[in-house]
Design a protein around this ligand. Structure first.
Ligand SMILES: Nc1nc2c(c(=O)[nH]1)N[C@H]1C(S)=C(S)[C@@H](COP(=O)(O)OP(=O)(O)OC[C@H]3O[C@@H](n4cnc5c(=O)[nH]c(N)nc54)[C@H](O)[C@@H]3O)O[C@H]1N2
Ligand SMILES: Nc1nc2c(c(=O)[nH]1)N[C@H]1C(S)=C(S)[C@@H](COP(=O)(O)OP(=O)(O)OC[C@H]3O[C@@H](n4cnc5c(=O)[nH]c(N)nc54)[C@H](O)[C@@H]3O)O[C@H]1N2
Ligand code: SF4
Ligand SMILES: [Mo]
Length: 753
């Protein structure tokens, strides 16, 4: 290894005092100490606000401070005192704002009133709510085909607003409902639906207390689900094995000091997290899992009784085909594709064999990959071998991202609606919803680019920065006649306008939402299928804001004067929306009563009861060949990842503490030997070229090289800065999840003229 290009790993345990000082810094930058503190005091507690950041579940018994550093950053950001008001939009042209980065935009504060883009002046100008709704109605009613409209949703939206949004889209006549889930856990939803019947976690939070082994594939919980560290810390302390599978050494998967535990802090007493860390090659998880299964089957052949034969016989199909597939997969292929030694694989497989109850967690490192669906199905194979689904302390745990991404899908945000949803809508609302599949995110991007989409409406989210292939995404958006964004803060998508554009500012989750004189609750579903209420108490950022629900009702009423939906009645009392959800989807029976109990209620998926709603009526073992991951000489595989100071495309700050990055985001993490081979020194600047499956190339410039503990041949960059490199044509087979964690690239030193 080079002596000059040594990685500089973060030497401290995660959490620690730094978490506290960062929170104070963000509160002060947003001038939100007074507005955020009361929210934080009740965050994730009954009667308070559900954290709008990630989807990690709340414990049944909540503590004094039930939030983490990144939850606090989200609250500081939403409760900011700074305003992006009409003066702000008068000051800057849209062309100027287009050039600003995500960090700058985030610092401009909360939106305050509806704005319309005037192409003649290149400025956004105030518009009344009524005129905004009329413009949307005119554009939608002008389209020759309702399938030329796109209704995008991000997982920030509540069950209530998501339900109304899909109702509006379907009554208008389309299933074009791309959502952030398409770029996120869609591969999970598709994979699990096929093999266990439902695309959701089969475990509850308490199961972490009963597991003997927890696998964590492709997830960085210290940043993205920080309260998970508390559960992992406890698990480790009682002797549970924690096996992390991640190409990057992530500091927070190694050790942790709970920032809210005074003794831990004062004594600097850190806890270990991972008991085994496998630095898999990017894209190599499938081969690694095949290796684990191979060892398990070899051990079983030598000494029968180690796998759960009874479970396999009673509950599954496809075991013999899997056995044959594994026999035909050589150790050579497994070791070379995974980049993990046989000893390491055997160690992990032996741990698995020795443990009674195992939980399998996974996140974006697994889902954002061309062979993601098959990889997840192999994780299920591994679980099924020992009957690790549907009993305490064991199960499948896809860890969701956005706080209500799971709920949005449950209440009907999907381009591919199930029959029972359509039947329910028809029965309860008396119109025939369209049955034809709509566009997912990649299909929506293509439709825009090909000029087949006239109107884009985004309920939360930041489509342009979140989608792959930024230049392509922007070119498509600009071809629309009208683009509409329902948002809380300015983001890049607002400044990539259609011929006309609107920004409709809405209440955030922390704010009081009074309808008909009564403060309303909204509901969300967390990663473990618990549905609970959230209620804001802060004064709205501006008197002109409307709630998401009333904005959707306003658009619907203007567009569909003959609507069968009593929009006015529903948005005066959100409990009536919940009643309608329960009428359409019977699993929500007693919805309004159940959310009044602390913690809410559990939408138990059938798979957790070993009821398999699959084609065969059984859990399904899957078999499939390893992909060809052979690269051309000089090429590397690149994953695009999140820093500690961002929530998706919202950039709170420029630090990535656990990876020792400060004050910038255009960086590329590289193995020192890969640097040396290319004559690259620490912190040199490089251009990165990506290679799409169709042969096209994309380029970004001037990224700073940081030596890092990452396998040779692998590099990592931040999302969304590296999104211009992610080809729209590269996505997961079966789910069309963009391959944001598997981009083929080369790097060249930037030539300065
Ligand atoms: N603070 C904060 N919290 C968040 C978010 C945020 O942006 N900020 N985003 C939310 C959302 S929407 C989501 S979906 C989640 C995302 O949560 P994560 O999935 O944890 O996020 P990422 O940073 O995208 O990637 C996770 C990990 O995948 C690893 N990885 C990359 N390629 C591979 C691979 O081929 N195999 C394996 N095994 N690992 C790989 C990376 O090294 C990284 O540690 O977090 C949610 N929570
Ligand atoms: N290269 C690459 N691309 C990726 C990923 C990756 O790992 N790599 N990850 C993908 C994943 S997992 C996801 S989930 C997507 C995220 O994609 P999106 O969900 O589209 O993006 P966000 O950045 O979460 O959207 C943030 C915006 O939502 C608005 N907002 C915030 N709170 C509220 C609210 O309460 N109501 C309303 N109406 N608006 C609000 C704000 O204006 C903010 O700018 O990105 C995907 N893109
Ligand atoms: S773990 Fe996620 S949901 Fe919980 S407080 Fe932190 S960011 Fe919010
Ligand atoms: Mo996500």
């Amino acid at each position: 290894m080079s002596t000059t290009n040594k990685p500089h790993p973060y030497k401290h345990p995660a959490g620690n005092f730094a978490a506290l000082t960062t929170v104070l810094k963000r509160l002060s930058e947003n001038k939100s100490l007074l507005t955020a503190t009361p929210v934080l005091a009740k965050l994730n507690k009954h009667g308070g606000v559900d954290c709008p950041s990630c989807a990690w579940p709340d414990p049944k018994k909540t503590h004094f401070a039930e939030f983490c550093e990144n939850g606090a950053k989200a609250i500081a950001s939403e409760t900011t005192k700074i305003r992006a008001n009409a003066d702000f939009f008068r000051k800057y042209t849209v062309s100027e704002l287009y050039k600003k980065d995500g960090y700058w935009l985030e610092q401009q504060g909360r939106l305050t009133e509806p704005m319309w883009y005037n192409a003649a002046t290149d400025h956004y100008e105030p518009i009344s709510w009524q005129n905004a709704f009329q413009k949307i109605a005119q554009h939608l009613n002008k389209l020759p085909d309702p399938n030329q409209a796109l209704f995008y949703t991000s997982g920030r939206a509540s069950n209530e607003s998501a339900f109304l949004f899909q109702l509006f889209a379907r009554e208008y006549g389309t299933n074009n409902m791309p959502d952030c889930s398409n770029m996120c856990h869609e591969a999970t939803s598709v994979a699990l639906a096929e093999v266990v019947g439902v695309g959701k976690s089969t475990i509850e939070l308490e199961d972490y207390e009963k597991a003997d082994t927890i696998f964590i594939f492709g997830q960085n919980p210290g940043t993205n689900h920080p309260r998970m560290l508390t559960d992992l810390e406890k698990a480790n302390q009682r002797g549970c094995n924690i096996i992390a599978v991640n190409p990057l050494k992530e500091a927070a998967l190694e050790s942790f000091i709970h920032p809210q535990h005074v003794t831990e802090l004062l004594l600097q007493r850190s806890s270990k997290i991972a008991t085994q860390y496998m630095q898999v090659h990017i894209g190599g998880d499938l081969s690694l899992i095949k290796g684990l299964i191979k060892y398990v089957l070899e051990a079983e052949a030598k000494q029968p009784g180690q796998i759960d034969r009874e479970f396999i016989e009673q509950h599954t199909v496809g075991f013999e085909a899997l056995k044959e597939d594994i026999e035909n997969t050589s150790w050579g292929e497994i070791l070379s594709q995974s980049g993990i030694s046989r000893e390491e694989i055997v160690k992990a497989a032996q741990t698995y064999l020795n443990s009674k109850n195992t939980i399998f967690c996974w996140c974006m490192g697994v889902t954002q990959n061309k062979h993601a669906v098959l990889t997840i199905q192999y994780l299920v194979n591994l679980a099924l071998l020992k009957g690790n689904i549907g009993r305490p302390g064991a199960g499948l745990a896809p860890v969701r991202g956005h706080s209500n991404v799971q709920g949005n899908r449950t209440v009907g945000i999907t381009d591919n609606p199930p029959k029972k949803l359509l039947e329910g809508i028809q029965k309860i609302f008396g119109f025939i919803p369209p049955a034809q599949k709509g566009y997912n995110t990649v299909e929506a991007m293509n439709a825009m680019y090909e000029g087949k989409a006239g109107v884009f409406i985004g309920l939360a989210g930041n489509f342009i920065s979140a989608t792959p292939d930024t230049a392509y995404s922007e070119a498509g958006m600009r071809k629309c006649d009208l683009t509409v964004h329902i948002s809380t803060k300015p983001n890049h998508s607002h400044f990539v306008t259609g011929k006309e554009a609107l920004i409709l500012p809405c209440l955030g989750r922390t704010e009081i939402d009074v309808q008909n004189g009564i403060s309303q609750q909204i509901t969300v579903e967390d990663s473990n299928c618990m549905v609970h209420a959230s209620e804001g108490h802060n004064k709205p950022a501006s008197e002109h804001l409307k709630s998401e629900c009333t904005i959707i009702a306003g658009m619907a009423q203007a567009t569909l004067p003959q609507s069968k939906v009593s929009w006015d009645t529903l948005v005066k009392d959100y409990s009536l929306i919940r009643t309608k959800i329960a009428e359409v989807l019977p699993e929500f029976a007693n919805y309004n009563q159940l959310i009044q109990q602390p913690g809410g209620f559990y939408l138990r998926p059938a798979s957790s009861k070993r009821v398999w709603n699959t084609k065969s009526g059984k859990a399904q073992f899957t078999s499939g060949a390893l992909p060809n991951l052979q690269l051309q000489p000089g090429q590397l595989t690149m994953a695009t990842i999140r820093s500690h100071d961002q929530f998706n495309t919202t950039i709170y700050g420029l630090e990535d503490r656990y990876r020792n990055i400060h004050g910038e985001r255009d960086v590329i993490f590289m193995h020192p030997e890969d640097m040396e081979q290319r004559g690259i020194q620490n912190f040199d600047r490089v251009d990165i070229t990506s290679y799409a499956p169709d042969g096209s190339q994309r380029k970004v410039h001037n990224f700073k090289v940081v030596p890092y503990d990452i396998p040779k041949g692998c590099v990592a960059t931040y999302y969304p800065e590296a999104n211009p490199l992610v080809p729209v044509s590269s996505y997961a087979d079966g789910s069309m999840t963009p391959s944001s964690k598997y981009v083929v690239v080369t790097v060249q030193k930037t030539l300065h003229s």
